[in-house]
Design a protein around this ligand. Structure first.
Ligand SMILES: *[C@@H]1O[C@H](CO)[C@@H](O)[C@H](O)[C@H]1NC(C)=O
Ligand SMILES: *[C@@H]1O[C@H](CO)[C@@H](O)[C@H](O)[C@H]1NC(C)=O
Ligand SMILES: *[C@@H]1O[C@H](CO)[C@@H](O)[C@H](O)[C@H]1NC(C)=O
Ligand SMILES: *[C@@H]1O[C@H](CO)[C@@H](O)[C@H](O)[C@H]1NC(C)=O
Ligand SMILES: *[C@@H]1O[C@H](CO)[C@@H](O)[C@H](O)[C@H]1NC(C)=O
Ligand SMILES: *[C@@H]1O[C@H](CO)[C@@H](O)[C@H](O)[C@H]1NC(C)=O
Length: 479
């Protein structure tokens, strides 16, 4: 196992040798499906009234990083230090730390902005805890690799801000890195802004065999505004102007009355310092995909991760079941977890099949769907132009959560970008609302239909663990 912990899957990485071929697909920005009623479970109990206070906050414009027509990562600008130095960071709900490159990082890309501590009057090298991070396989890209990925960093302190409208977090501890492996160095963003739900996190201090608590950057912002901002943030990842709203949501982008809110698995979310919910069912065109009717409801869990451009199944078998159901022409493309097949087969599935997931814990769950077209990630490898990668990636080792050993998934942006998502770490819940934008971000008035209802929950528990991409590998068990 890797050292102190492993910063995996999530936002961090980049596509290994990804092909830059453009993928000829239809309009990817189509609302795929809004949560519908779960047969036999019914109920509307999970619906939450949304007050006007939700339509407030500070907007951060995002840029999307694409390969072909596949959206990989979204980044926005923050400033660090006094006077401010500017950085593009990936806003990643799959990790809790702010991570930036230092001016003496020689492995970083010349395109990346590096932080120079000597130019900042507010910089402090305290707490000075060194951390070696390890990243998982696919990271921010879509294609798992077997090369070792990571960063060497030190926890330091400075002011972290958004310049306009201004929000400032004074005395923010973050990771300053003097080594980026290729996965981090080749992505266009400079760093990663972890948006975990928790107000504090810990640095593992190996030298003293202790941990040191710090306030996370998001909560430092919220707490510093003296109650002017709410606890939640909202992601809008579609269209030409993707946006993160901090301390509220932007009601111009979604229909607040359609928001359906799920409760997180609080214990796992705290352990994992990220957004973990139950996963109850996977369906294709209303047919339960992974099991027959006697055992249609899974007891799995999933990480909700804006830093993942794929859906990571808990194991090889699950991916095999899904693909066997969808097409005999889809199979493994390598022995690292990529699957795919003829591009036209994937396109057909991408645009005709409704693939949905029942996400939530206990009484509060919702059915969310893969965005139309998102099943096909595009050409896998330049040397095989007709072969495309499909959205489900399998880990090389089964991923399980550490408490009850349930199978763990990662639901990334192929699902999340189909909704306006509202993330509330105070209430430990995530809302999914219907977007106002239609294709390509054009405004479509009145297109929104109300969600029809919710599953009332599916009895006992959730699933198992999510692992290949876990940020803190030591918090998850793998087998
Ligand atoms: C990594 O994967 C590639 C492609 O699958 C393979 O050629 C290579 O031998 C692997 N390297 C290691 C160290 O496993
Ligand atoms: C990263 O840190 C580890 C542990 O301190 C060290 O062994 C390794 O050489 C460092 N890597 C680089 C590229 O500096
Ligand atoms: C970068 O600078 C810091 C502070 O002086 C130092 O501790 C670290 O070793 C340097 N890293 C490299 C790769 O030179
Ligand atoms: C570190 O702390 C753990 C838990 O208290 C203990 O089991 C371990 O022996 C300690 N290691 C060292 C090197 O002190
Ligand atoms: C910041 O706000 C969170 C959530 O309300 C709270 O738990 C935390 O204690 C606050 N931190 C500080 C330093 O005030
Ligand atoms: C349905 O599930 C039951 C229990 O797992 C199993 O015994 C049966 O073979 C399954 N039927 C089919 C058609 O897969």
């Amino acid at each position: 196992m890797k050292l102190p912990f492993s910063l995996t899957a999530s936002a961090a990485l980049c596509v290994a040798a990804g092909s830059a071929l453009s993928i000829d697909r239809r309009e990817p920005y189509e609302i795929y499906r809004f949560p519908g009623r779960i047969p036999g479970l019914g109920g509307n109990e999970a619906q939450q009234d949304v007050g006007s206070t939700w339509s407030s906050g500070v907007n951060i414009p995002l840029e999307v990083w694409r390969r072909g027509k596949t959206d990989l990562q979204w980044a926005g600008e923050i400033t660090v230090g006094t006077p401010p130095q500017r950085f593009k960071v990936i806003f990643d709900t799959g990790s809790p730390y702010l991570l930036l490159p230092r001016d003496n990082c020689t492995t970083c890309s010349p395109e990346q902005n590096l932080f120079n501590p000597f130019l900042s009057s507010t910089f402090s090298s305290s707490p000075g805890i060194p951390l070696q991070l390890f990243f998982g396989t696919a990271g921010g890209g879509t294609r798992p690799t077997n090369t070792s990925q990571g960063a060497n960093c030190t926890a330091v302190t400075d002011t972290v801000a958004i310049s306009f409208p201004s929000i400032t977090g004074y005395g923010q501890q973050f990771l300053l890195c003097d080594y980026y492996s290729s996965g981090l160095a080749t992505q266009p963003a400079d760093g990663i802004f972890g948006l975990g739900p928790l107000p504090t996190d810990f640095w593992p201090d190996q030298a003293s065999n202790t941990t040191a608590e710090f306030e996370t950057a998001y909560w430092n912002w919220i707490n510093n505004t003296g109650g002017n901002l709410g606890p939640e943030f909202g992601f809008y990842l579609l269209g030409p102007k993707p946006q993160l709203t901090v301390g509220g949501t932007d009601a111009r982008l979604y229909y607040p009355s359609t928001v359906r809110t799920i409760g997180l698995d609080v214990q796992l979310s705290i352990m994992r310092a990220s957004w973990v919910a139950g996963l109850g069912a996977v369906r294709v065109n209303n047919q339960y995909l992974l099991s027959n009717t006697s055992s249609a409801i899974r007891d799995d869990v999933t990480l909700l991760d804006t830093g993942s451009a794929i859906i990571l199944t808990p194991d090889f078998t699950t991916a095999a079941q899904i693909y066997n159901f969808l097409s005999p022409e889809i199979g493994p493309l390598d022995n690292l977890g990529s699957w795919g097949g003829p591009c036209e087969v994937l396109d057909e599935i991408a645009w005709t099949e409704d693939i949905t997931f029942t996400v939530g814990t206990g009484e509060r769950s919702v059915e969310v769907g893969l965005v139309k077209g998102a099943f096909n990630l595009g050409v896998f490898d330049d040397s095989r132009p007709g072969i495309c990668q499909a959205v489900f990636v399998s880990p090389t080792q089964t991923a399980r959560e550490p408490i009850r050993g349930r199978l763990a998934w990662v639901l990334g942006t192929p699902v999340l970008k189909g909704y306006y998502t509202v993330w509330n770490g105070r209430e430990m819940e995530v809302g999914f609302g219907e977007l106002k934008t239609g294709r390509g971000g054009e405004w479509v008035k009145g297109k929104g239909k109300r969600g029809k209802g919710w599953g009332k929950g599916f009895g006992k528990g959730k699933g198992r663990g999510s692992g290949a991409f876990s940020l803190l590998g030591s918090r998850w068990r793998r087998d």
